[in-house]
Design a protein around this ligand. Structure first.
Ligand SMILES: C[C@@H](NC(=O)[C@@H](C)NC(=O)CCCC[C@H](NC(=O)C[NH3+])C(=O)[O-])C(=O)O
Length: 351
């Protein structure tokens, strides 16, 4: 089906609403065939008064999970990892349940508790306690397995950062190489993603970037500048830094088979509904969103202190959008920002 034209005015309306709800700034880039829309407003740096622009780098949070999945699926294609084998076959230290398969980690059905539930129960104190900390994968996994599982392996979908921390440990243990090197050699370099990096545990962003501001649980308190952090609590579940152009190029490459062979791509894009009306789904390290005009788009969302991200593509890679608002712990902003998908793919314009 041919898509409606993108609505740049619809994107601007969404970004304006996100700012009214507390985001210091927002940016969106749409690549639609050879047409590019770059839309930004508000501030990239509140203290300096620097205006936002659509090319600035930012922390992409869980969009990292799609990068980690590409590395893993390349290992599957190379015959080095079997999706349906017990994850314990590939780990230095066993998970409590041998029935957890590699696939369960990729589709959030392992039942492993998400340690961030405890870590960030109180948003700003939790963040301040870890922002300069460096964790090993095992330390994060141990925080999770101190809790009972949320479900039996395979029995239910339960989103958990722990799954992708285990996958980071699995990839490093299997290849003997760091995640950073794997991202660089298997994705960043081949695709020429010059604005994408994995600098864990370095805390600073380089080049032209947006600062991020996390909101306190007491919303009467000022925003906290959360730009510099090790992101070691997230690592292979959320520590990639990128920009809208690179994310759009990445997801186009994923769905057009430029990064993983057809068999593995089919597995990644096999979506299982995860909400009541089926408009939200999950494949392997990929979220699916079915929009009002009937199109299902593939990609991932991201939430890391100071940054909300949406990065999605059509199944054929012809139209992609990446949006970011530089605040977090503000569900209203996060929901509003999701409206850029409707504007970009369905031409929806609330004005
Ligand atoms: C949901 C999202 N997941 C991710 O991006 C991962 C990396 N982030 C999280 O799990 C949220 C960590 C806390 C953020 C903090 N929240 C709190 O501290 C809440 N008390 C904040 O909002 O900055 C996704 O997959 O789309």
């Amino acid at each position: 089906p041919t898509l409606p034209h993108p609505s740049p005015t619809g994107v601007l309306a969404v970004q304006k609403q996100a700012m009214a709800a507390g985001a210091p700034g927002a940016l969106t880039r749409i690549d639609s065939g050879s047409t590019v829309y770059r839309l930004a407003m508000g501030k990239a740096d509140r203290a300096a008064g620097t205006p936002m622009d659509a090319d600035r780098r930012f922390r992409v949070g869980s969009v990292t999970k799609s990068f980690t999945t590409v590395v893993l699926m390349q290992l599957v294609a190379e015959g080095r990892v079997d999706l349906d084998a017990p994850a314990n076959d590939y780990l230095p230290q066993a998970l409590p349940d041998d029935r957890i398969t590699v696939r369960h980690l990729l589709n959030h059905r392992s039942g492993l508790w998400d340690y961030t539930n405890d870590m960030f129960y109180h948003t700003v104190p939790g963040f301040e306690a870890v922002r300069n900390k460096v964790f090993t994968y095992q330390e994060l996994i141990d925080l999770s397995t101190a809790h009972a599982p949320t479900n039996q392996p395979g029995a239910a979908y339960s989103y958990s950062n722990t799954n992708f921390v285990v996958l980071g440990q699995l990839i490093e243990h299997t290849t003997g190489m760091s995640m950073g090197t794997q991202y660089e050699q298997r994705i960043f370099k081949p695709l020429g993603l010059k604005n994408t990096s994995y600098v864990h545990p370095r805390t600073t962003l380089t080049g032209s970037y947006a600062r991020g501001y996390v909101r306190d649980d007491d919303t009467t308190l000022p925003l906290v500048d959360s730009t510099e952090q090790t992101a070691s609590w997230a690592q292979s579940a959320g520590a990639v830094i990128s920009n809208s152009a690179d994310l759009n190029r990445f997801f186009a490459a994923v769905v057009s088979g430029g990064l993983v062979p057809p068999a593995q791509l089919r597995e990644m894009m096999s979506l299982v509904p995860v909400n009541a009306d089926g408009t939200q789904s999950y494949g392997l390290g990929l979220r699916g969103r079915t929009l009002s005009c009937g199109v299902t788009v593939y990609g991932h969302t991201g939430t890391v202190q100071g940054y909300y991200t949406y990065a999605f593509t059509t199944a054929d890679g012809k139209r992609r959008v990446s949006s970011m608002a530089n605040t977090s712990n503000n569900g209203t902003v996060n929901t509003i920002l999701g409206g850029t998908l409707e504007a970009a793919f369905c031409g929806t314009d609330p004005t």
